[in-house]
Design a protein around this ligand. Structure first.
Ligand code: SF4
Ligand code: SF4
Length: 369
């Protein structure tokens, strides 16, 4: 079962399993519509529309008819489409306005839930985008109530950090998977260092900016042993669970090509904890000593004292980077670090060699219980 998530500054209840449309556009129109219908019927309510082609907009509009309020759309200013419907990238305001109008008409809607500035990987690009009036256009749409929340997508931590500091955005789309987090994956746009990525996620958390995740499978490389940097394939469910365990993440948007892909993906909702457990696969990592921090995977459970070890660690990390709610969430837990028996079971089980016997003492000292 999946529990819906709320934006830090919003009431929307988002199903953390969303859908991306970078591949779906290649299917026939009937299949695209049927895929959206099935997704909505199964409770998927978050759709990313940085589409590979414009053919997805009309069938989604049809699928949303009479149930628009059940769906949250993430639309990108800067993703444009030519006459043949092929995707392109633009910073031309006229073209962007024209594309936006066409998308809204095809979707048969008069508002967009999340309006994004698309794919900003360099500060110079962000400055250009502001200079061209594209940010002002987005802000105006927000003022008019046409865009409910503003966001941006990026692959580059330093750029994203700089953009966040402007304070205009409530959500960002970022590439997250274990390969990038451990600097084992190559991304054509640059993934940044572990330190930069951590600083970015900490800042997003501090500012209350939600994260929607792209590239959860590292472009499919994590799903095959011959391309996985962990020398072992991860399952799609392990990758999804990993992304959704990261602080601040509200949803992940893996792409589907058709209903068959969607049905496979939907299996994540009710799959066993074992099927989602990514820790054993990541434990192959050679750089484990560089990480030495808890990734909240809960592979060390059960704790004989009943501690929710991953959650306790997550609240601790969040509280230390300025998340004001984390301490009250910690307070409400039935068991706290002070209940730790120092039995060492978790230390022996942790694939990442985290010493919870030491950490629990630090957590107790920090929260006072
Ligand atoms: S201590 Fe290790 S096994 Fe336990 S939640 Fe943290 S990373 Fe996972
Ligand atoms: S050391 Fe503490 S947290 Fe770890 S398993 Fe034992 S009681 Fe639980």
């Amino acid at each position: 079962m999946i529990i819906k998530r709320k934006l830090p500054h919003g009431e929307e209840l988002i199903n953390p399993l969303g859908i991306g449309t970078a591949s779906l556009y290649q299917a026939a129109e009937d299949e695209i519509k049927a895929t959206f219908d099935l997704a909505i019927e199964k409770g998927i309510n978050f759709f990313d529309l940085a589409a590979g082609g414009s053919s997805v907009f009309k069938p989604l509009g049809e699928a949303m008819k009479g149930r628009r309020e059940q769906v949250f759309l993430q639309l990108h200013l800067g993703a444009v489409y030519d006459e043949a419907g092929e995707y392109g990238w633009s910073r031309n305001l006229t073209k962007i306005k024209d594309t936006f109008a066409k998308e809204m008409a095809a979707l048969q809607t008069d508002y967009v839930d999340f309006l994004f500035l698309h794919c900003i990987d360099e500060i110079e690009d962000y400055e250009d985008l502001k200079g061209e009036g594209i940010l002002d256009f987005a802000l105006e749409l927000q003022k008019q109530g046409i865009a409910h929340h503003l966001g941006f997508s990026s692959h580059t931590p330093k750029t994203a950090e700089r953009i966040l500091q402007d304070g205009n955005f409530g959500i960002m789309m970022f590439s997250i998977n274990p390969a990038y987090d451990y600097e084992l994956g190559e991304d054509e746009y640059g993934i940044g260092t572990i330190k930069e990525r951590k600083a970015l996620f900490a800042l997003a958390e501090k500012l209350g900016v939600a994260i929607s995740v792209m590239k959860p499978f590292h472009g499919g490389k994590l799903l095959r042993s011959d391309t996985s940097p962990f020398q072992k394939e991860l399952s799609a469910y392990q990758c999804l669970a990993y992304a959704l365990d990261r602080p601040g993440v509200i949803a992940v948007v893996p792409g589907v090509r058709n209903r068959d892909d969607l049905v496979q993906l939907l299996g994540f909702i009710d799959c066993s904890e074992e099927a989602k457990d990514y820790a054993p696969a990541l434990a192959n990592i050679k750089k484990v000593a560089d990480i030495a921090s808890c990734v909240y995977c809960d592979h060390c459970l059960p704790c004989p004292a009943g501690l929710d070890i991953g959650l306790i660690n997550k609240y601790y990390d969040l509280a230390r980077i300025g998340d004001k709610l984390a301490a009250s969430h910690y307070e409400k837990l039935s068991k706290h670090a002070s209940d730790c028996l120092q039995c060492g079971h978790c230390d022996s089980r942790c694939p990442f060699k985290v010493k919870q016997t030491v950490r629990m003492k630090a957590i107790q000292g920090y929260f006072g219980k």
